[in-house]
Design a protein. Structure first.
Length: 763
């Protein structure tokens, strides 16, 4: 929200008060409280008038400082609030005054109003003259903060946003909306901004937060909220990865996911007609074309029209769903069902929910309803424990039938003219509703299926929603620009604390032409999660052309073979809060050429992916310094430059970082196998004297390999059992112990016969 009219003036009807000085402080219970009048105190009479702003600084986590700005504190806290895991310890210097958390310090200037954040001898950012403000506007009171942006500082994150990856120059409203992927609206709004200057900013407010990122004040990051209190947290890194780790330590880390979820998902699509015969034909076609499938998804019309949601199979097309689900499970498939948190008036559950108070109500006690999406639609009140139990009981019955997971669609169009069971503020609940909805379903799955086995396919989210994965990019068009905007959204979400992300292969709206579909397949299978889904047309590959079948087979096999590597990357998402699909700046924060890149990404730490966004196969991408290696061919490529090239539909730029050891599995027809058994360690241009530890998750444990090169000698230590080492680009060696040599077009391939393999005299 913008308040000013240029540099000197305010917009009509806006009055601003700014803190003028540090008049007094309190130090108690690990908090530093600063009292800041909005006019300088020159005489005792100045003490008789306000406003007086109260700033309370604390340390919720080491290297994190919270600043809470309060005007009137007599209001009622109706909630909700983000759940933060706070366990920090503050050191307070009352003389400065200053508060320190880990390496991060906030320091106040007593004379001229200025609040400075510094770490390890360096100023990160500051709030100075006319930055912090209390503003009275025609729309009501707001509190605002502006933090200095250094020259060249870039700002990222703020949720899944489909515009440019760098947010500088943008106005961003944190307000969930169902606006597709081609607008400034977003399904997943997160009030967390990540900078490349060593810090992130989390605004601890679940409702409407307005960001002006180098826009209203072009050298400042501005954010504001309605009301009498604003709290924000500065998170010190110093690296972007460390910032994400600390931010997700506060708001929650992504859950572990079952291995089967990383395989290929096939959907019935949205409004396409289908019944059990159609489903069987899809699955038979996948088998006949040798296309490995892990999950089959039933979209909306598994339920009868106008009955959404009643969680009852449409008996006209699925007369015996339990028997059908048994047959699908016998094929080795997992089953996903589409659901949402809305109940249409024709649904038998509407009257049940109305009678028991399970639906959101208006102030007069009537059920809130409208006709958008479903006639007479009402919304489940997830603040009501009885309503949550009622909702999950319906889902439990489906799990008993053999369903494995749910696509938790919608959750963005949440009204504000309603009354919640627990008295929550409906404006603060608008975004937070998605958190309650997805958590309710995810925790049911975790309870029923076990830790590490729960998965949803969610569209809406806010801060903390990363705990309940997976999330997908929403409704995009079937076009190359939409494919690119989807990637931008996924990378932005990853820089907002979310570890996993997916999108509709081929696009949702419209029908892709074969060239677009094949290019999107490569992108989709080199994403965290991979789903074929559309709106009015199906996404089975033989509906496009035979080459689409071949492309899908090839890239599905590639992803399944990479499962040992992807499982390790997913473990980093769970334990460290790093996304599987990483914007280039996350892995190369000191390379300025990577700052704006949003048409390529790192899949984990070692694989660079540059999707092809053109029908003719031309693609341009930036390769950081070093000698990289093409994964598919073993060809070396010199980095530190832009590369322009052309690829057929069976290929794309997929390059391996120098010094990497990529574990590749022995199975290409399913994702849920023993990833360590028969694994091949692909070694790429190992650095001298640098040990590489390769950890492959195996249940609650991990299998570790240690690879080190000294001169022309490579030593690999691993477990007893069958595994292999492939030294990519090596022509031979003078001496080999602990393994036998095999031929491979990519380099020197060794089959281990002992826990240690040593290669000397590499050529």
């Amino acid at each position: 929200m913008k308040f000013t009219d240029g540099y000197w003036l305010m917009r009509p009807g806006v009055h601003a008060d700014y803190p003028a000085e540090v008049y007094d402080i309190d130090c108690a219970d690990g908090e530093l409280t600063v009292y800041a009048p909005v006019t300088p105190i020159r005489k005792r009479g100045d003490l008789l008038k306000g406003p007086l702003l109260t700033l309370t600084c604390s340390a919720p986590l080491d290297d994190v400082i919270s600043v809470r700005i309060t005007h009137f504190r007599g209001g009622t806290d109706r909630g909700p609030r983000f759940e933060l895991d706070a366990a920090g310890e503050a050191r307070i210097d009352a003389d400065a005054p200053a508060l320190t958390s880990g390496a991060l310090t906030v320091r106040f200037d007593r004379d001229d109003w200025r609040m400075v954040f510094e770490a390890e001898g360096r100023v990160l950012t500051a709030s100075g003259t006319k930055a912090m403000a209390m503003l009275d506007t025609p729309e009501g009171r707001h509190l605002r903060e502006q933090l200095d942006l250094g020259v060249g500082t870039q700002v990222y994150g703020l949720g899944e946003r489909f515009g440019p990856l760098v947010k500088n120059g943008q106005s961003v409203d944190i307000w969930n909306a169902d606006g597709g992927t081609a607008s400034e609206q977003a399904y997943k709004n997160v009030p967390f901004a990540l900078t490349d200057a060593g810090y992130g900013v989390f605004v601890n407010h679940p409702g409407h937060v307005s960001f002006e990122v180098a826009s209203e004040a072009v050298s400042r990051l501005q954010f504001s909220v309605p009301g009498e209190e604003l709290e924000y947290l500065i998170v010190y890194g110093p690296t972007p990865k460390q910032i994400l780790s600390k931010y997700t330590a506060l708001t929650g880390r992504p859950a572990r996911l079952p291995a089967w979820s990383f395989g290929l998902w096939l959907s019935t699509s949205f409004t396409t007609p289908y019944d059990e015969e159609t489903v069987t034909a899809f699955l038979d076609g996948m088998t006949e074309h040798e296309l490995p499938l892990s999950v089959f998804h039933f979209d909306c019309f598994w339920m009868r029209e106008y009955n959404w949601c009643d969680f009852t199979w449409d008996s006209r097309v699925f007369p015996d769903p339990t028997a059908m689900l048994r047959r699908l499970a016998a094929r080795g498939l997992r089953i996903c069902l589409w659901i949402n948190p809305y109940v249409g008036q024709r649904s038998p559950l509407f009257e049940e929910g109305r009678a028991h108070g399970y639906l959101l109500r208006r102030a007069d006690g009537s059920v809130w309803q409208w006709d958008l999406w479903q006639p007479g639609l009402a919304v489940v009140d997830f603040t009501n424990p009885a309503a949550r139990q009622w909702y999950t009981d319906k889902l439990s019955a489906l799990l008993d039938m053999g369903v494995d997971c749910f696509k938790t669609d919608f959750g963005e169009r949440i009204p504000t003219d309603v009354v919640y069971h627990d008295g929550s503020d409906p404006h603060r609940m608008h975004n937070y509703y998605a958190q309650l909805y997805n958590r309710t379903v995810f925790e049911l799955l975790r309870k029923r299926r076990g830790e590490g086995q729960a998965v949803v396919f969610a569209r809406s989210a806010t801060a903390g929603g990363q705990q309940f994965p997976v999330h997908w990019g929403g409704d995009c068009e079937s076009s190359f620009p939409a494919m690119a905007e989807s990637l931008r959204g996924g990378l932005s979400l990853g820089l907002s604390g979310f570890g996993y992300w997916s999108h509709d292969i081929g696009g949702f709206e419209g029908t892709p032409d074969p060239e677009l579909f094949k290019r999107w397949i490569a992108f989709g299978l080199l994403s965290s999660h991979s789903r074929l889904h559309g709106s009015e047309s199906v996404r089975v590959p033989w509906a496009f052309d035979e080459e689409s079948v071949e492309v899908l087979r090839s890239f599905t096999g590639l992803k399944l073979a990479l499962m040992p590597y992807l499982a390790a990357v997913a473990e980093q998402a769970h334990t460290l809060g790093w996304p599987m699909m990483r914007a280039m700046m996350l892995e190369f924060p000191h390379d300025p050429a990577c700052a704006h890149l949003d048409r390529q990404y790192m899949l984990g730490p070692d694989l660079l992916v540059a999707p092809v966004f053109s029908a003719d196969g031309t693609v341009s991408y930036y390769l950081p310094q070093g000698i990289w290696t093409r994964y598919l061919t073993g060809e070396p490529v010199v980095g530190g430059r832009w590369i322009h090239e052309s690829h057929d539909v069976h290929s794309l730029p997929l390059l391996v970082r120098p010094g990497a050891v990529v574990p590749v599995g022995a199975v290409t027809d399913r994702p849920d196998y023993d990833h360590a058994e028969g694994v091949t360690l692909r070694c790429y241009r190992l650095r001298d004297d640098a040990e590489v530890v390769t950890s492959i998750p195996a249940g609650s444990d991990a299998v570790e390999f240690r690879t080190v090169r000294v001169g022309d000698e490579v030593r690999v230590n691993g477990p007893r059992g069958e595994w292999r080492v492939l030294l990519v680009g090596c022509g031979g060696a003078d001496e080999i112990s602990g393994g036998t040599v095999q031929r491979d077009p990519l380099g020197l391939l060794l089959s281990a016969t002992g826990p240690t393999v040593i290669v000397r005299g590499l050529r």
